[in-house]
Design a protein around this ligand. Structure first.
Ligand SMILES: Cc1cc2nc3c(=O)[nH]c(=O)nc-3n(C[C@H](O)[C@H](O)[C@H](O)COP(=O)(O)O)c2cc1C
Length: 287
């Protein structure tokens, strides 16, 4: 308990320092925004409306244009049918036809491109879109929703698909944490200079250390019940976040011979947040 109190005091001190620092960064951001007003489009695909919610939030906050990528043949709502069709399209590189866009992508400077993560990357309708355009010279901001993670891997694929576009840092959120999204989007847009205002800039994580029994319990509680995460934590680093602590675990999958559709066993990074008075939650996994 004493240790927890100490950590909370430490967190408060660290965040106070950060908030002073962020004020200075905000004024630089404001100056930059006055100089130019880029034309921004929020373009997204969403099957079950999670990504649509993020897209609308971003477009509203930016006052940007918004358009949905719509496949000609919709994926039906059944999860297993979608898995089978999506896997086949991915394996064969046979991406679905999409409806023509009403927006003229060429006239925008910044494209926010949103998608659900399917099999570790952007869903196939977004691959179709990328195959049909040349985003050379444009700034592209990826955003996505996922069960456990995929922002980083999909961003790498995006950079390969559009090598002459400037791919900016993106935003991703677990489908199970969408209630945290509006505040996170607000902070993300401010931190990256798209809208004005103060934002929270977190400290870098320190070096990881071997997990203690207490940290193992936090990891286990965070991933408990999530079928895709069947892993043991080995090492961790801890930093302060508003109203709590964030843990960056290195974990290793336990063998999954029982289910060949599960991702291959291996090392992963798992981010876990513990907010004051709440149970630990994992926020993303990087495989
Ligand atoms: C075919 C399919 C494959 C998926 N693959 C992954 C995956 O590899 N990793 C992951 O974290 N979530 C995966 N998901 C979960 C979706 O990314 C998640 O439910 C997302 O929020 C759906 O967004 P939407 O409502 O905008 O369609 C998958 C979902 C489907 C239907």
């Amino acid at each position: 308990m004493k240790r927890l109190n100490f950590m909370l005091v430490l967190a408060t001190v660290m965040l106070a320092t950060v908030s002073c620092g962020s004020r200075q960064q905000t004024s630089t951001t404001e100056e930059a925004q006055k100089e130019e007003t880029p034309k921004m489009l929020v373009l997204y695909y969403s099957q079950t409306s999670n990504t649509q919610g993020v897209a609308k939030e971003i477009a509203t906050k930016l006052g940007a244009d918004l358009e949905e990528i719509v496949p000609v043949e919709l994926y039906d709502g059944d999860f297993q049918a979608t898995i089978e069709r999506g896997k086949k399209e991915l394996d064969e590189g046979a991406y679905p036809e999409i409806q023509p866009l009403t927006s003229d992508v060429a006239k925008y400077d910044v494209i926010f491109l949103g998608y659900p993560i399917w099999f570790g990357t952007y869903a196939p309708p977004v691959a179709t879109f990328l195959n049909s355009v040349d985003l050379s010279g444009k700034k592209v901001v990826p955003f996505c929703t996922f069960g456990s993670g995929g922002l980083e891997s999909s961003t790498e694929d995006l950079a390969k698909a559009e090598p002459k576009a400037e791919i900016l840092p993106g935003y991703g959120v677990r489908a199970a944490r969408l209630e945290a999204m509006p505040a996170e989007v607000d902070n993300f847009l401010k931190a990256n200079g798209f809208i004005e205002g103060e934002y929270t800039k977190l400290d870098e994580f320190p070096e990881q250390h071997e997990v203690t029994a207490e940290e193992t319990a936090i990891f286990d509680a965070a991933v408990d019940g999530y079928p895709m995460l069947n892993a043991d934590a080995n090492a961790v680093a801890v930093r302060a976040i508003p109203n709590g602590m964030e843990y960056l675990f290195t974990a290793v999958d336990r063998p999954r011979e029982d289910n060949p559709d599960m991702p291959p066993a291996g090392e992963m990074q798992v981010y876990v947040s513990v907010f004051e008075g709440e149970n630990p939650v994992f926020t993303k996994v990087i495989r």
